[in-house]
Write a protein that binds this ligand. Sequence first.
Ligand code: TXA
Ligand code: MG
Length: 323
Amino acid sequence: MRLTTDTREAAVRLRDGGLVAVPTETVYGLAARADDPHAVAKIYAAKGRPADHPLIVHVANALALDEWASFIPKYAHLLAAALWPGAMTLVVKRSERAGDFITGGQDSVAVRVSAHPIMDETLRALIALTDDPAIGIAAPSANRFGRVSPTSAQHVIDEFVGIIGDDDLLLDGGTSSVGVESTIIDCTDEVPRLLRAGAITVDDITRVTGLKPELNSTVRASGTLESHYAPDAEVVLTDAEGLATTQVTSNARIGVIAVGTIPTPTGMVRLAAPESNEAYAHALYRALREADALQLTTVVAVLPDAHGVGAAVIDRLQRAAHR
Ligand code: TXA
Ligand code: MG
């Protein structure tokens, strides 16, 4: 996997059926053109991901959603107009464009417009090369299946060194500003349903659509959403008091993630001390990866409040803790 900042070179590689790891404002993705089953198969092989797990199709703008969907409810149009480009993925009834190799055989497809300028530039270059304004690139998070999503180019290299060859590219776009995956909203029914929490919140959805989204997670329960997001270290959730009274045994090497006002108990390693929920989300996956790099046995995390992106941070930490 060769590092580059040349979006045109990346677009050529995508056009020709290769893999390109791409930055987005949420996490890095591992991309291939979404109309090429052979290219998409390379994503599943590299990730070690089961073939029935559907992928998100990334497109240049909201107009392209019409091409990938067979039906779009009014509230989904409102969401797309108000919140794209951004950290939001819409699941809609699929059109002919979305093959079974993208949707895992489901009759819906997940679509996103990322706000990252390098992602945008790459898609525009690909549109110019293919003469298809609605062309999409399928991109799951650029991590091996079940592992923590990457928020920097170095994280992607750490995941795929020796797995992806130098014909395929990694676009360096710096650290992902949001740090946790996009909010996924199921738009196949009369009312939106939250499938995965992210930086776009339930309040955002209500404000934009005037509708209260359903929160039940049938999709996650049926196993279509990745459930790990876990480092090798054991993740333990606690509150400030629990942290202060945690015993450090002789064999334990413990890392701490907590807001900056909470002190680090003696004998523990501070992994992150975020000052806001946004900063917590931004630091979370870097901190979990650092725990493994430092060969810690345990990560003790003090959950943030559920305000804003805090709900998504709580969700990811709970998944990391429940293996
Ligand atoms: O922020 C993100 O969403 C990142 C960046 C790269 O865009 N992508 C990402 O992709 O997190 P991935 O594949 O790791 O997670 C996408 C989730 C999967 O759990 C998948 O099951 C769900 O979206 N998904 C995709 N298509 C779906 C569909 N048609 N119905 C329900 N869930 C779907
Ligand atoms: Mg993922």
